[in-house]
Design a protein around this ligand. Structure first.
Ligand SMILES: Cc1cc2nc3c(=O)[nH]c(=O)nc-3n(C[C@H](O)[C@H](O)[C@H](O)COP(=O)(O)OP(=O)(O)OC[C@H]3O[C@@H](n4cnc5c(N)ncnc54)[C@H](O)[C@@H]3O)c2cc1C
Ligand SMILES: *[C@@H]1O[C@H](CO)[C@@H](O)[C@H](O)[C@H]1NC(C)=O
Ligand SMILES: *[C@@H]1O[C@H](CO)[C@@H](O)[C@H](O)[C@H]1NC(C)=O
Ligand SMILES: *[C@@H]1O[C@H](CO)[C@@H](O)[C@H](O)[C@H]1NC(C)=O
Length: 581
């Protein structure tokens, strides 16, 4: 059995790396049955947390701000619900769904022009549908660079701002892109005498910018954004693997010591990989490139094999198999430097030194050379591949050590309990800084990104379901973690708005900009604490994170999973597998 598992693990790793160049671009998240009417929208994973499908009566594609104003005006006049959609739709929660069947989607797909690159002022002005990839490359052509950004470049500027996306730093204004916005144009509803819609121009000193730069899309449609950038610079990256015994002690000082540092934690392996990442002089030699392996095109056949293996391990309760696969995956990623190369071709040694625009983000699985499903992004819902939950929250640096130690206590009690995370590259820990955005980070914090198996069957429990559920509840409720607005399962948003000291100010701006709520839906109202019902109570709801279990039926007693207290955090209520009941 052990031999077989080892062979399987190495096959997995081999397939994982035999990446070919033919890739399929992701599917358009919007589908219409006739022309641009009678549409459905989903996210890039093809599944919302509650597995519902969202509808819209039509999708509109403005190409200029002027067209956008008239589209918003006509929807406001007829009191039609609207939502902004992007070409990617990467948000997991239902942010993009208009209410009911008759809403309208306004896509930023063709609002994709670079408006101005100002080398003197060190700013770049773009339309909101421009991708992060294009911002990075256009800035670089002018010798400029966005200092901090998400690691995946397949996001639009409007979408990543809309949900508070970030990279990792405690330096400068922090790692959230919205904190580098110096000017923004937003098309919002207006009174009939003003023509039902108007453009609001918000510069750095305007108070409303604190609402509009992280808005969940409920204030109107951002048409244009000006970001503060810097002169291009070089970085030096070295990954250092250590055991995790002193991780809790290390995290705060590590964050302040290294400008772009982050940590990938593999708790079941008791290992942490520190990314020692700093700015170096522009004449330091090196032309490194970061092409992160999990964001490369992966052969569909490999994806299917990996998924089948995980499905089998899950249904057979094969914890050892998962731990072996996990170790093999991690070892391969670490020895191949996660996709870093010294010169764009090969990795020979640390440090990897190179220009910011070649190191800050990647996503080669988006490039399409051929329209066949030979390779895809790992989570592409058209092929059998990854299907997962993502729990992501940030914990204040003042208590983060205690959180890490609680997770370590759980690993002591269940040593194999977290192997499953490592198949999705462990827990990614990134630094975020307090922001003046009303819905932004409230204090300097460490963001934990946890990805784990989701079954296609909503009633099917996971291996060590209880351990990850307990970590989710420890992070979010015991330590008051702030959930990432565009990730997470419903329960993470329970009471979340109360953690924002300026939530009232945000709601006042929302009332001022859109008093009829045409840009709001039941889901955004629930997220903002205006309506109850963030969690959904029904049989099996805790398995999908739609609720916190309060009775056994919220788990799955027929499969041996019952609602019980947590092991370390007694207030947690989790679905625990009881062997003899
Ligand atoms: C592979 C991958 C890697 C990721 N890496 C990171 C990371 O490193 N860091 C991080 O923080 N997050 C990361 N994310 C999450 C990502 O930041 C969010 O999914 C992102 O917000 C989605 O951007 P989008 O362009 O797909 O926007 P959508 O999901 O389509 O939209 C997000 C929200 O913004 C609103 N919106 C969009 N455009 C506008 C506009 N013009 N005006 C007003 N509202 C608008 C939408 O209505 C919606 O409410 C990652 C996601 C994936 C899939
Ligand atoms: C749908 O909208 C796009 C973008 O505006 C346009 O090119 C296309 O012709 C429209 N399709 C139909 C059938 O009207
Ligand atoms: C972890 O590493 C430290 C040195 O960095 C060492 O002192 C300690 O013994 C190690 N702990 C374990 C459990 O291996
Ligand atoms: C880089 O430039 C500085 C001064 O401009 C010089 O002192 C240094 O030696 C240079 N370093 C390299 C690696 O060329």
């Amino acid at each position: 059995m052990k031999m077989f598992q080892k062979a399987l693990a190495s096959t997995q790793v081999f397939l994982f790396f035999c990446v070919v160049v033919f890739s399929t671009p992701p599917e358009d998240p919007i589908r219409c049955s006739s022309g641009n009417t009678s549409c459905t929208i989903t996210n890039s994973y093809g599944m919302f947390p509650d597995r519902s499908i969202c509808h819209a009566s039509q999708v509109l594609y403005p190409t200029t701000e002027q067209e956008l104003v008239s589209m918003v005006a006509s929807a406001v006049r007829s009191k039609t619900k609207m939502k902004v959609a992007t070409r990617f739709s990467h948000s997991i929660p239902k942010l993009v769904c208009p209410e009911g069947e008759n809403g309208v989607l306004i896509s930023t797909k063709y609002l994709n022009k670079i408006v101005k690159v100002d080398v003197e002022a060190r700013t770049i002005t773009v339309e909101s549908g421009v991708t992060l990839k294009d911002v990075i490359s256009e800035a670089a052509k002018a010798g400029l660079a966005l200092p901090y950004a998400p690691y995946w470049w397949g996001l639009t500027i409007g979408g990543l701002m809309g949900s508070g996306a970030h990279g990792s730093t405690l330096w400068g204004k922090g790692s959230s892109v919205h904190d580098y916005v110096v000017n923004l144009r937003i098309v919002r509803p207006a009174a009939p005498q003003e023509g039902y819609a108007k453009v609001e121009i918000l510069h750095e000193q305007h108070e409303d910018l604190n609402a509009a730069k992280l808005s969940l899309g409920v204030l109107g449609v951002i048409s244009q954004i000006t970001l503060k950038v810097e002169g291009i610079f070089k970085r030096s990256i070295t990954y250092v693997a250590k055991n995790d015994s002193d991780l809790g002690e290390q995290v705060a000082s590590f964050g302040y010591a290294h400008e772009f540092g982050d940590i990938t934690w593999y708790p079941s392996q008791r290992r942490a990989v520190y990314r020692v990442d700093d700015r170096v002089p522009i004449n330091a030699s090196g032309n490194g490139l970061y092409d992160f392996i999990p964001f490369r095109p992966i052969p569909s056949l490999a994806l299917a094999l990996l998924r089948t293996t995980e499905d089998v391990q899950e249904s057979a309760g094969d914890a050892d198999g998962k731990c072996i696969s996990a170790k093999a995956t991690t070892t391969t990623l670490v020895t191949s430097a996660y996709g870093l190369t010294n010169n764009g071709i090969i990795f020979t040694r640390y440090p990897v030194i190179g220009f910011q625009n070649r190191l800050q983000a990647s996503g080669t699985c988006l490039d399409s050379l051929k329209d066949a499903k030979i390779t895809a992004c790992a989570w592409d819902s058209r092929v059998k591949g990854e299907f997962f939950h993502q729990t992501t929250f940030s914990i204040g640096l003042s208590v983060v050590k205690d959180f890490i130690e609680d997770v370590q206590k759980l690993v002591e009690l269940e040593p194999k309990g977290l192997c499953g995370l490592d198949l999705y590259n462990g827990i990614l820990m990134r630094y975020v800084k307090a922001s003046n955005a009303y819905l932004g980070k409230q204090e300097d914090a460490l963001d934990f990104d946890i990805t784990y198996y989701r079954s296609k069957d909503p009633m099917s429990p996971r291996l060590y379901e209880d351990i990850v559920e307990e970590i989710e509840q420890i992070g979010i409720f015991k330590y008051g973690g702030l959930p990432h607005w565009s990730k997470n399962r419903n329960l993470a948003f329970e009471g979340a708005i109360k953690k924002y000291k300026n939530a009232e100010k945000f709601l006042r701006v929302k009332e001022k900009y859109d008093s009829e709520g045409v840009f709001s839906s039941t889901w955004t109202d629930q997220m903002l604490g205006l309506k109850d019902g963030v969690t959904i109570v029904k049989d099996g709801c805790a398995l999908e994170g739609l609720c916190i279990c309060s009775q056994d039926s919220h788990c799955n007693p027929s499969r041996g999973y019952y609602c019980r207290a947590g092991k370390v955090y007694k207030e947690a209520r989790v679905c625990t597998h009881l062997k003899s009941q």
